[in-house]
Design a protein around this ligand. Sequence first.
Ligand code: FAD
Length: 504
Amino acid sequence: MNSLIWFRQDLRLADNKAFYQACSDIRSRNTATVVEAKTATVTEANAASTAQLRAAYIVTPKQWLAHDVGAMQIDFIERHVNLLGENLAKLGIELDVLTCDDFDGVDELLLAYIAQHDIKAIYASSELEHNERQRDSRLHALLESKSVSFNLFEQHCAITPGSVTNLSGDMYKVFTPFSKQWRAKAMSESFAPLPVPEVMHGCEQGSQVAYEPVRFELGDSYIERVSSEQWSAGEEAASERLNQFIEGHISQYSAKRDIPAIDGTSSLSPYLALGVLSPRQCIAAVLFYYPDALVNETSVCKTWINELIWREFYRHLLAAFPRLSKNANFNVLGDGIQWRNDADEFAAWCEGRTGYPIVDAAMRQLNQTGWMHNRLRMIVASFLTKHLLVDWRWGERYFRQKLIDGDLAANNGGWQWSAGTGCDAQPYFRVFNPYLQSEKFDPQAIFIKRFVPELNNVAPKLLHKPPSGGGYLGNTHSKSESQAKYNEPRVIDMFADVNVSASA
Ligand code: FAD
């Protein structure tokens, strides 16, 4: 009677509740078997203790395509699955990498797998997204009918979704009261991470097994492969980055986190998105260095913890409002917006040739590295939705296709916040002025010039000033009419009957 640990968005061995429980259940089962077989010889007892833990990862290329999972993120997943395979092999556990087109194919694939390997229990992390939840509830019923237990563990948030609520027991719709309640609840939580389970001595898996690296079979779903090599892979790399950040940059985070030209943030999002690192590990690491971080109002870690709480907030929202997984506006008032959706302007935005230096630099950072600084994400998202009046869903989709840290909850939350359709106390009338933003956060135009080198010879102050008569300052950017049109925020058009001023 064997068990399966099914890895999904939890590509790690440390602090993995599902993996930890699977190992501990197998160990107890085998110990019990040995005790029961006490009348038998040692060899017979060992032969009886053959319950095995297998591991699997399921590649679903068409599902990924439907979810716009970026090619760089898929490459990053592949590298992590291979590292996981190697590390599991050291524990004596074999990782099988299985492929089917999409979630619909998972049922048949798993049923064949459990029959082949005599699996009686499956362990996995629960997932919050709608299609994933549908898949799991379907599987639950199917596996039950085969007498296979399906054990799901919530571990994508530091505090379980649904447990941070207002006095009526409802999910908060704005961040600040959520964060206060989250912090209050955190006081009574333990964030001590679970260790990596030990090698299973006494089981058949006590010795190492071989692991051959795999390359995902993506068929024609993803012809393009984009390397993620500029990001180190693995749990060790992630925890090294975490520790270095907390030992060093965290004390300066609040002052430097908005300056895209410097490395002032943790850059942990690609690891958190794949579950290579858990949010509990992040909080535990902060508490290790700063034990009063959650209670001390003046802690240097307060702002960084707040960002982790934003991550939690968007995940709790996704759990409470399944419509967020289905392209719906959070705020129904957004249903009335008449988006202009000009395809040429959208293409200019995607390619970093709008004529707005900070916007172009940011989009080129995304296209070249698969990552974008948070301040810039807010600027380009505001620009796309409130200057160009392009539907936030277009931008959300483009981000997802390019980002190495693509994550439905954070991406959807960030886009809807920026578009004014989401959870924001100041929704439609918040418009980022790209010139004021670059003047404030990239005054010397260091970041702009790094990604828009054709502006190298332009004085920074000119890059933070709208060109007179429209058009663009750069040498290689033409002063076309379409660029000139970009100059005025269009929030007024969007809400023609609302009297608002379009300011930064
Ligand atoms: P740090 O500043 O070091 O923060 C630590 C961690 O907190 C991050 O790794 C991330 O997991 C979380 N976090 C920080 N800010 C936010 C936030 N505003 N919302 C939610 N979580 C946050 N983040 C993603 O992980 N995936 C996305 O697909 C994504 N899309 C976004 C789209 C838009 C339009 C906007 C405005 C923001 C988006 N974010 C997304 C949030 C944020 O920009 C990134 O998490 C952050 O830039 C990652 O850099 P970091 O790891 O250095 O963050």
